[in-house]
Design a protein around this ligand. Sequence first.
Ligand code: GDP
Ligand code: MG
Length: 319
Amino acid sequence: MAAAAVEEIRASSYVGFDTITRQIEHKLLKRGFQFNVIVVGQTGLGKSTLINTIFASHLIDSKGRLEHDEPIRQTTEIQAVSHVIVENGVKLRLNIVDTPGYGDQINNEGCWDPIVKYIKDQHSSYLRKELTAQRDRYIQDTRIHCCLFFINPTGHSLRPIDVIVMKKLSEVVNVVPVIAKADSLTLEERLKFKERIRAELVYHNIKLYPFDNTDDYDEEEAQLNERIRDIIPFAVVGSERNVIIDGKAVRGRKNRWGVINVEDESHCEFVYLRNFLTRTHLQDLIETTALIHYEAFRSKQLLLLKNQAAGNPSPPPAQ
Ligand SMILES: Nc1nc2c(ncn2[C@@H]2O[C@H](COP(=O)(O)OP(=O)(O)O)[C@@H](O)[C@H]2O)c(=O)[nH]1
Ligand SMILES: [Mg+2]
């Protein structure tokens, strides 16, 4: 057959579905992405500071704390603050949910309840919207995709209350533990502390993100997750100020041992955490929330509704 004829057939049999990736990309770019993070931990562990350090330059036009000399607001209730970040034409809607320091009281019984309730409420409102007959094509997503859990840098072990709260949270959300204010520990102390924490997590059977459900990950992703598991808990330092190192202004802190460059990987694991959250695991955190945490909530609720409809009211779900 003449080459021209072959071309003709090719041209006419070309359906064009290979443009689907471009179609999807176009649609996603137009809509933008929604990422919701909650921060949990004692008051004063540097939660607000770290969030502002991660997204620093991007929060300028938003309602976050911008100037480091602005008085530090102590959070007394669960508050969500929204930011819109645009990078190379990609729009990320970021919701940061700040929680009042938990475990600050003498009696900490049930101090995790409001946080767990907040997370479940978001699932519940998503489900309600999903079940509405004329549901929107696109449902505003307020489900929490990641919970940054701040650990006190004692260098010893987790507090019993941390163990309880991490366990409760890990049942409803992707929990990512961080050792706060890591500059107060030496490198050796940090390593020992990390190992200790990992051992405690295993001992208490607390399963944290990334989960090892090998079916869902290809080899490359599985290896990346393995590396992440070796780093977690991220030992981080946050700062809203610049310090001068070698004549250059960098995000950092001065302490009695010297100057810490927050972005220097030999000083702390801030960069690892930022890459993990924004570059390597953003999409997977969102997906895991939908496929694992939300799905578990959804099927439980639907079963409940079904039983109610069949006239066998079951007891309300345990909180
Ligand atoms: N040494 C040290 N201090 C920090 C760090 N991050 C925050 N701080 C300081 O700790 C105090 C409490 O920080 P803040 O972010 O308000 O804590 P939050 O109550 O957990 O939100 C502030 O004075 C911060 O400057 C850190 O990584 N290292
Ligand atoms: Mg705060």
